[in-house]
Design a protein around this ligand. Structure first.
Ligand code: FES
Ligand SMILES: [Fe+2]
Length: 333
């Protein structure tokens, strides 16, 4: 990427970011999105491999995502120039006999498909994606929820996912109990680009509408949550209630722009296989909508990485450590 167009920290371009669920990127239809203010087109060759390129035709600046796929090439919708999977223009139908100018290309980005999500890195990626053995195990069933489009920076969406103190107030009766609002202390260990921490905290009983957690027949249920926060915007959360039943929440946020992000949340569990996926999907829609209203109101729109700018108490240890680690890894200017 040319440096003049950069408005985020340099390192952020060298991270894997989610850009869509696998099902959103169809075999025959290019998919346009924005990543860190950069227009990106994702498309698949006939063997299903996804590719990511700048969503801009060098000829007249048209969005390639409006085009189509033919001969394992991405075809511009305006004059049908064809780009191969390296981003090189290989056919100009208006002048088949001329030599194709070397300038006729569009930048190609790193692209991979993992956990049923397409990931893009605009520059050589520095951190690996997490390893989640449960997601490879057939005793676990996965449900995709969202995506959740919020008008805020990804840092705010991620921090909200890590925040314990709001559960009884923003999600009363679903994730927390206002009669038990205390947050236990939580020790955070940072190893490289990953924060590790865990907490046992009060939980609301399952509601009749959403019988999704394995806390049945308990008067004051508690859940154990074990977190890995992978910088910059990915969280692996393992939930347990003391028995063999468990859940894994995989949450990751696409930084679209400074005031827009898109969250993907995959939920795996080793129980309740017969429950329709829609129960979890509707539950998460309710939860994320409750959060969205609050988070979109936060100012500044991006988490302030200067620690003196907001007021941190002891139970905010995760946010403090997240902000420190993001700064240390130069993921913010
Ligand atoms: S604008 Fe793309 S081929 Fe002309
Ligand atoms: Fe929340």
């Amino acid at each position: 990427m040319d440096s003049k167009s950069k408005s985020f920290s340099k390192k952020l371009y060298a991270c894997w970011h989610p850009v869509g669920y696998s099902q959103e990127i169809k075999a025959d239809k290019p998919f346009g999105t924005i990543l860190l203010d950069e227009p990106v087109v994702i498309w698949r060759t006939s063997d299903g491999t996804p590719y990511a390129m700048r969503d801009l035709c060098i000829h007249r600046g048209t969005a390639l995502s409006l085009g189509w796929v033919e001969n394992d090439c991405l075809v511009c919708p305006y004059h049908a120039w064809q780009y191969n999977n390296k981003g090189a223009c290989v056919l100009i139908p208006q002048a088949k006999k001329i030599e194709i100018p070397s300038k006729a290309k569009t930048p190609r980005y790193h692209c991979q498909e993992k956990f049923g999500i397409i990931w893009v890195a605009l520059e050589d990626p520095e951190f690996d994606l997490p390893v989640i053995p449960e997601f490879e195990n057939t005793n676990w069933k996965l449900v995709n929820t969202g995506p959740f489009n919020w008008k805020c920076d990804s840092s705010r969406q991620v921090e909200n996912f890590t925040d314990f103190g709001h559960f009884p107030w923003v999600h009363p009766g679903l994730l927390g109990d206002p009669k038990r609002p205390e947050v236990p202390e939580c020790k955070v260990t940072t190893k490289g680009s990953v924060l590790h921490y865990s907490i046992v905290r009060p939980e609301a009983k399952n509601s009749n509408d959403f019988p999704i957690f394995a806390n049945d027949n308990v008067v004051k249920p508690e859940r154990k949550s074990v977190y890995e926060l992978h910088l910059p915007y990915t969280i692996v959360l393992r939930l347990g209630w003391g028995g063999n039943k468990g859940m894994v929440y995989f949450f990751t946020s696409q930084p679209i722009s400074k005031n827009a992000c898109r969250g993907f949340c995959i939920i795996g569990r080793n129980y309740n296989f017969n429950e329709p996926d829609t129960i979890l999907q509707e539950f998460e829609k309710v939860i994320f909508d409750q959060d969205k209203r609050i988070v979109e109101s936060q100012r500044p729109i991006q988490v302030p990485f200067d620690l003196s700018e907001e007021l941190h108490l002891k139970f905010d240890a995760v946010a403090l450590n997240y902000r420190r680690a993001m700064k240390k890894n130069e993921l913010y200017e």
